[in-house]
Design a protein around this ligand. Structure first.
Ligand code: KG4
Ligand code: ZN
Length: 343
């Protein structure tokens, strides 16, 4: 099957073509246009995002088809992210995908954005296939998922408040760093002394047991407040900033690593798949690999292009559903939030 994927859920206008069958799927092209403009505002401005998608969508899709040396005629199904995300932004992709499919006589399939993230690594690593434990950490989501098979997802834990990427971005702001702040914190933390600021590990207690409500969940707003208080108390923020960044990152990383370790151990998984922008963080990836090796598990971390929002993962997830004969009607709509999966 040849699938055209379209992704416009947040601040990336992206299109891609993937081809194949079963788990033998290859990425034929991937175009990502990142909307840099949001840096000026320190966060994604929904209307600006939607308008930028409207401007970019036609050339981005054309380029993806051209890079794959194909045309719309050869495409079997158009797969488009229809949830979750910014509704105005999603609607651009959904409406465009509908017009394209309707005009070319193709069928259409809506894809859950987070399901796309689960598929991203399989485009790079042949072994990154179920069963696995997945940690999806982005600016909007923090999800711990047990994946028994493609299409069968059990959300084990989530954040109770801020997403991991959101925590990075907020702490970056406190330290006077640009938006989005994750990679700036990571860079600054390299020069930080891990012993200067030790913040509590949120929702991580030794006596937690499987079945406890907070066994898998995370929470980062208390950690952010702890950093805020330390920033206020600092007499020399320039001197302390690397140490604060390090203390914050260590706390967040250790928390996520331990929750993933628990999930893999409890479900006897030998593979762990990371996804979302925060999965670009090398401190997280290195710590995860080290700890999960103790459980005999392999950790798959995607490259930057496939970790962040992209249409290749949407096309890949769309291919899985399309091969099962699933399709959506012309009434397909966009939703700000939706449980993981289809339907
Ligand atoms: O998945 P993504 O590109 O977009 C969505 O939010 O869906 O994730 C963006 C998030 C931002 O919060 C950004 O600060 C964070 O990923 N991020 C990082 C790193 N690179 C990006 N966080 C920590 N370390 C990084 N190296
Ligand atoms: Zn995402």
């Amino acid at each position: 099957m040849l699938i055209l994927g379209i992704e416009t859920s947040c601040a990336e206008t992206s299109a891609a073509v993937v081809a194949g069958t079963g788990n033998a799927v290859t990425q034929r092209s991937l175009v990502i246009l990142s909307q840099d403009v949001h840096r000026v505002f320190g966060g994604v401005v929904p209307e600006i995002a939607s308008r930028a998608h409207v401007t970019a969508i036609v050339p981005v899709v054309r380029q993806a088809l051209a890079d794959a040396s194909t045309t719309l005629d050869d495409i079997d199904v158009v797969a488009v992210t229809n949830a979750p995300g910014l509704v105005g932004a999603l609607l651009v992709g959904v409406s465009y995908a509908k017009g394209l499919a309707l005009g070319a006589g193709k069928s259409l399939i809506g894809v859950h954005h987070m399901e796309g993230h689960l598929f991203a690594q399989s485009l790079e690593y042949a072994d990154a296939v179920p069963p696995f434990t997945a940690l999806l950490v982005s600016g909007g989501h923090t999800l711990l998922v047990d994946v028994t098979a493609w299409g069968e997802y059990r959300v084990l834990g989530a954040t109770r408040d801020d997403a991991a990427g959101e925590a990075f971005d907020k702490v970056a702001k406190l330290l006077g760093l640009p938006y989005p702040g994750g990679r700036h914190i990571e860079r600054l933390a390299r020069d930080g002394d891990p012993g200067r600021f030790r913040f509590a590990r949120p929702m991580l207690r030794r006596n937690q047991k499987p079945g406890d409500e907070d066994f898998y969940d995370v929470s980062f707003s208390g950690l952010k407040t702890a950093v805020l208080l330390a920033v206020r108390e600092s007499t020399d923020l320039e001197r302390d900033a690397p140490h604060l960044a390090r203390g914050f990152q260590d706390s967040l990383v250790e928390t996520l690593v331990e929750k993933v370790y628990r999930a893999a151990e409890q479900h006897d998984r030998r593979r762990v798949v990371l996804g979302g922008g925060v999965a670009c963080n090398q401190a997280l990836v290195v710590a995860m690999k080290k700890r999960l090796a103790e459980a005999g598990a392999e950790v798959y971390a995607p490259s930057v292009r496939l970790a962040t929002d992209n249409a290749a993962m949407i096309a890949r997830a769309g291919l899985f559903h399309a091969e099962r004969g699933e399709r959506d009607g012309w009434e397909l709509n966009a939703f700000a939030s939706r449980v993981l999966g289809r339907g």
